[in-house]
Write a protein that binds this ligand. Structure first.
Ligand SMILES: [Mn+2]
Length: 333
């Protein structure tokens, strides 16, 4: 035990009671499948790899996987533990324990949701408020900045020392899910300091995850941002800004380039809510929503079949882009 676990177990908050149960389940596992969400970000991959490394070190057979796309985003290739990743088709049908990380619903597992049925036990570790509690055991801490922050609590209680390799994976989720610490809360910087004190290069990790794009990103941004629309009368007059990234806009680029656009669009001062429609296949959209504070976009996304956090959420939709936007405006009121 490294970090005063007593303070974690003595409180009666539901997720903290589940921390000990979760550790008991993790500790007793004889074979483990760890699943990350589709279109993985650094929090789901960082969590999956960190937990995978712990099991591998204990000599427990472990696989880490996500259903799609086929390849790990380039920005995450430098994370420790990537040798534990297996292609979706190679994920064992059965496991003693299946753990999902940072995945708010079974649907976010994509084709790998089928593996839930083959597991003797399933455990969901997440920080999305909208989590549907689809596991046999659910550790949902919606006060946590990232799923990797939840894992730090688990590792402390489990007696797992956090070395540089684990810290690298955990920091990856923390720095990205807090928007480079823009959304830091009490305790965030203490956690960051603890991870950085293992000797990891925080600047290099942040640069590779957040500030590295091919040159083709620039003309894509130019094209997409120049066609952004400000609807001042939407959201009850508080304003909606939206932009559309078509397949043709991001051909040859990666998910990092597509996911970066919302962070620019959401800065629009005239709009309370920002939306970016990302075309994954012709007529198939993944929609990112951001709120400045007064609109709960998780609730909006849930009404449209998705989920997320109060200020950052998403969902999928199909059809013409203007009908997707019309449905969004309707849901936003
Ligand atoms: Mn997350």
């Amino acid at each position: 035990m490294t970090n005063c676990p007593d303070t974690l177990t003595s409180t009666s908050a539901p997720h903290e009671v589940q921390l000990q149960q979760t550790v008991d389940v993790l500790d007793g596992a004889t074979s483990v499948t760890i699943l990350c969400h589709v279109q993985p970000d650094a929090d789901t991959i960082g969590s999956g790899l960190a937990l995978g490394i712990v099991f591998a070190r204990k000599g427990v057979p472990v696989q880490v996987a996500f259903a799609s796309p086929d390849k790990l985003p380039v920005s995450m290739e430098g994370l420790p533990g990537t040798e534990l990743l297996v292609p979706a088709a190679a994920v064992a049908e059965k496991a003693d324990l299946l753990v999902t990380v940072d995945c708010g619903s079974a649907g976010r597992l994509g084709s790998l949701a089928s593996r839930l049925d083959g597991a003797r036990r399933s455990l969901v570790i997440d920080h999305h408020r909208s989590n549907t509690r689809y596991g046999m055991l659910n550790l949902i801490d919606d006060s946590a900045e990232s799923t990797t922050a939840v894992l730090v609590k688990l590792f402390d209680l489990w007696g797992v020392p956090i070395d540089a390799d684990l810290a690298h994976c955990l920091y990856a989720g923390l720095v990205t899910d807090t928007g480079s610490f823009r959304w830091a809360q009490e305790g965030t910087h203490t956690l960051a300091e603890r991870l950085l004190s293992t000797g990891i290069d925080g600047a290099a990790i942040a640069r590779s995850l957040l500030d590295t794009h091919p040159f083709g990103w620039l003309p894509m941004l130019g094209s997409v941002l120049s066609s952004a629309v400000l609807a001042r009368d939407a959201v009850g007059g508080r304003g909606l800004v939206h932009a559309v990234i078509r397949c043709s806009d991001w051909a040859g680029l990666g998910s990092e380039e597509v996911e970066s656009v919302i962070d620019i669009v959401r800065t629009t001062v005239e709009a309370e809510v920002a939306a970016v429609l990302k075309e994954s296949a012709p007529g198939s959209w993944s929609v990112s929503l951001r709120s400045k504070g007064s609109v709960d976009v998780a609730a909006v996304a849930e009404r449209l079949g998705g989920g997320g956090h109060r200020f950052a959420a998403g969902y999928t939709a199909s059809g013409a882009d203007d009908s997707v936007i019309a449905a969004l405006r309707e849901a936003l009121g």
